[in-house]
Design a binder for this molecule. Sequence first.
Ligand code: ZN
Ligand code: ZN
Length: 343
Amino acid sequence: MGRQNLDALLVTNPENMRYISGFTGEGLLLISPGDACLVTDGRYQTQARLEAPDWMVLISKTLSSEALAEVCRERVLNRIGFEKNDVTYQKFERFQADFSGLDLRPVLGLVESLRLVKDVDEIAMIREAGVVAGAAFCYVIGHICSGQTEREIASRIDYFLRSRGDGPPAFETIVAAGERGAMPHGRATPDKIRSGQMVMMDFGACCQGYMSDITRTVCVGRFDDKQRRVYGVVLEAQLSALDRLRPGVIASQVDEVARQVITRAGFGDYFTHSLGHGVGLNIHEAPRLAPKQETVLEAGMITTVEPGVYIPGWGGVRIEDTVLVTETGCEILTPVAKDFMVL
Ligand code: ZN
Ligand code: ZN
C-alpha cells in the first residue's frame, strides 16, 4: 500500500476478505495502517465477531460502504484503493457516491501478491485437501466398470469428497470417457462407459476453504497401443516438469519442459492448455505455469502440474497433481498412483 501511495484499501473480493480477516460471509473490508474495519449486515453479526475477532465490525442494513467512508473521513484517509478486478461498474458508482470528495484508486493484485506464497497453516490445509482427493481416487477406482455412466462415477467421487472433506467439492467434478476425453473440461454425462475406453477424472477437495486439484486417467476393461503410448508421453511430461520444479526456476521454463516432451513425441498440437495453475482459496490463482509467465518460483508456492493430450475423435489423457514448491524441489500433495492403470 505504501509503494502504491495508498492511505487505505477496500477489500471486496470474497477470498481476499477471508485471507485478510478470516471472515467468510458477505461484506467488505477497509484496511489502513491504523484500522481494520469490516462491514457486514445483521445476518453475519455473530459470525463476523467469531471469525474476525480483532476487527472492528460495523453492521449496515444494505452492506453499504458509507460507514467505511465515514471512517476514512474521521481518520483523514484520502487515497483509497479498491480492487478493480472485483468491483463491478455498479459497485463502483456506489463507491463514488459514498466516498465523494475522497480519491478512489483502482489497484490490482495487492492481496493476491500476499497469497502467492503459502504459510505453514495454509500448506497444512491444502495438504489435507490433497490427501482427501487422493483417497477419493483410490475409493472410486474400486467402483468403476463398463456400463456405468460418467455421472454415476462423478457422484461417487462427490459423495466421498463431501463426506471426508469439509464442504463441497472444490469445483464441478469432471468425468469424461472415450472420445469425450478430448474435451479438457468435459462435464459428466449420462453416457455409459464401454470396455476399451479411457476415463479422465478431474476433481478436488476442500479444507477450510483451501483446495486441492487432481486428475487421473484410467483404462476400463482393455486397452490398445495408442492409449498406452499417449499415456506414457503425458506421464513422462509430468515427471520431467516435476523434476524441474524448484525455487529459482521461472514458471515458463517448467511449462517448456513438459511441452518439449509432448512435442518431441509428435503430440504438441494436442497439448492445448498451460501446464499448471496456483491453488489456494481459489482453484485457479497465481502462479501460472505457462509460456511467457515470468514469475520466479519460490518455496511455499503451490501449483498444479497437469500436462494433457487431447485428440479430437479419439479422446484425451491428463495427469495432474497439486504440488508444493519446497526449499530443495517440490512435494506432491496429491500422492496417489499414476502408473498406466487398467480397471
Ligand atoms: Zn484439475
Ligand atoms: Zn487444474
